[in-house]
Every structure is written in C-alpha cells, then in structure tokens.
Design a protein around this ligand. Structure first.
Ligand SMILES: [Fe+2]
Ligand SMILES: [Fe+2]
Length: 345
C-alpha cells in the first residue's frame, strides 16, 4: 500500500478533491483498471493540495448548545426493505409524461458528457433506465462527481414545489392536505445525501461553478414549470428518481464486483453525519450499506412523485401521510411506477 494523492482523469476537471481522512488516502499501488499504475495516470484528481483540505462544514461549537438534532429524523430502513428496492421505469403514456421523460434523457446525456464517461462506461442505450451493466466500471472519483452533482440538483424540486404549494395555500386560503411537508422533507433528505458525500470529497472551483449554474437554471425553470404544470413536474421528478435508483444500483453492483477497492476496504469509514442521520447500527457502517440506505430513500421519492403526478393537484390529499379507513398504508418505495389515483384516493 502506498499513501499518495489519487490521480485520475476527468473528475480532475470538475475539481473534486478527496478529503484528508486517513482511510481515504490509502490506495493500492496499482489502480483497478487495466493494470495501470497510479503514477502513470494523467492528471491530479485534486485541485487542492492535501495540506489545504479542510472540513468545510464543521459542527459549530457554542458555549450553551450540546447538539442540534435533525428536524426530520429518518425512520430508518430494515435490510429487507433496502434489498427489495427494484430498478424500474414508468412508460410515458401522455404528452406530459413524454416531455418529462425526454427532458430527463437530455439531462442524463449532458451529465454523462460533463462527467467524462467513456462510451464503454455507459450502460445499454436501448434500455437506458433499467440497464445497470456496462463494459467498464466507474471509478470512485467518477461516482462521487455524479453523486454530488445529482444530489445538489435533486434537493431543488421538493423545496420549490413545497414553497409554491405553501404560497398557494396562503393566498387561496385553502388547506394543502399534507403535500407540503412530504415535499419539504424530500428536499431535506436529498440535502442529507449531498452533505454525506461532501464529507468524502471537496468540490473545487469548477464543480462549484457547475453546481451554481445548474441550480440557477434548474430552480428558475422548476419554479415557472410548477406554476404551469405541477403534474408534469412531479412526473419529471419521478423520472429523475428512477435515474437515481438506477445510478445507486449500478454503483452497489460494481462495488460487489470489487471495482471500488477504497470503498471496499474494511477500514473505510463512512461519515458520522450519515451514521447519525440514518441511525446505522455498529457493524453495518460500510459504504455499500450507506448506498443501500440512500437508494431506498430514492425509491421513496420515485414512488411519491410518480403517485403525486397521477393525482388531482388541487383537491386530493397526500396519500403518504393519510390515515386509511381500512388501516392500510401505501408504501412508495415498493411501487416503482407510483400508485394510480384509483388505488389511493
Ligand atoms: Fe438523493
Ligand atoms: Fe431522490
């Protein structure tokens, strides 16, 4: 084993840097792919020297406060729930669905280009949402770039939708029937995903610029689109979450195949923020398990948003916080295509 900076190609352009965490900096002498030695790889992954790496959102120490717990504690996942998550795709069946789906495909194409995925790292293009097999796996650095970018985007729509429904309720003097809390909680959950990954790497200026630009464009377009058609927006998020489940499923699979030696190392420590938020028990604090937790969250967002898109946006209560006459409860994660209105209202 040697201790050195990870040298990689494309992610360097995005300016991500590994954090100076002892486990993070341990690399095998030879990289995983094609027997290339680390030193032969073309450019430094980090744009920041290790001496300048820092914890850029450390816990604030004050004289009086011991701890600031999360306002929305996570309900946790059982192994069975996490392992039962399926990759799935809802076929577009009207023009709105089709628009949402094409926009997601376009975003995916852009993301693949921006993160420098080679052709042999892409999955079967004929079956884009359900395929998780590619000729060549992604590196840990490439995964982190995708996760950070994806999560920084994924935290936006829930907040926009929650905010607009909140304002709608105020100005129309009408009840919202439980949508706002679920939508805001979704964006909170996405932000926890992002903060978790940010504890493993530090984005450089280029990545920050990309996130800034993407947020500016995405927030404003989501804001205007939600005013015009909340139904299409929820479908769009449903498709975005399909992509998220797909992405984490592929990563978990490649981890199982040994493509991510650093994360597979038994000494690799997942961030404390994640352990606390998901309440991950001792002995299960592995990277693979962390991705299983996150993937289960994404499966919930997928089911929730596809379902919300199927409802009457103005009148229907939110099924996921409602109490049913027969005592039942719809489980969003289990329904890859969401519930039809007739099933839950
Ligand atoms: Fe997420
Ligand atoms: Fe999500």
């Amino acid at each position: 084993m040697i201790r050195r900076r990870l040298l990689l190609g494309h992610p360097a352009r995005l300016g991500l840097a590994w954090k100076a965490n002892s486990a993070d900096l341990v690399l095998p002498a030879r990289s995983y792919f094609r027997g290339t030695t680390v030193s032969k790889l073309p450019r430094a992954f980090s744009t920041t020297t290790s001496s300048r790496l820092r914890d850029f959102f450390p816990q604030t120490e004050t004289k009086l406060i011991r701890k600031t717990p999360s306002a929305w504690p996570h309900k946790g996942w059982t192994d069975e729930q996490m392992l039962s998550v399926q990759v799935g795709h809802r076929e577009p069946n009207n023009v709105g669905d089709w628009i949402a789906w094409r926009l997601i495909r376009l975003a995916r194409w852009f993301m693949d280009k921006a993160t420098g995925l080679s052709t042999n790292q892409q999955v079967d293009k004929k079956n884009p949402t359900t395929a998780v097999l590619a000729e060549k796996p992604l590196t840990e650095a490439q995964w982190l770039v995708r996760f950070v970018f994806l999560e920084s985007i994924a935290g936006v729509p829930g907040m926009v939708a929650g905010m607009l429904r909140h304002l709608h309720s105020l100005r129309r003097m009408k009840r919202d029937q439980g949508w706002i809390e679920t939508l805001l909680e979704e964006s909170f959950n996405e932000r926890m995903h992002l903060l978790t990954f940010l504890k493993m790497c530090e984005p450089g200026w280029f990545m920050r610029l990309m996130i800034l630009g993407a947020q500016g464009v995405f927030f404003n377009s989501m804001f205007l689109s939600y005013l015009v058609s909340p139904r299409i927006c929820h479908r769009f998020v449903g498709y975005l979450e399909e992509e998220a489940v797909h992405t984490y499923t592929r990563c978990i699979r490649e981890m199982e195949l040994g493509a991510t030696p650093k994360w597979n190392d038994p000494n690799f420590r997942i961030p404390d923020i994640a352990v606390e938020y998901w309440n991950i028990p001792e002995g299960k604090r592995t990277m693979k398990n962390l991705l299983l937790y996150i993937r289960a969250d994404e499966a919930v967002h997928r089911g929730v948003n596809h379902t919300l898109s199927n409802l009457n946006q103005k009148e229907d209560p939110n099924p996921f916080v409602s109490i049913y006459k027969d005592g039942g409860k719809p489980e969003a994660a289990s329904k890859t295509v969401g519930f039809e209105r007739s099933e839950v209202i």
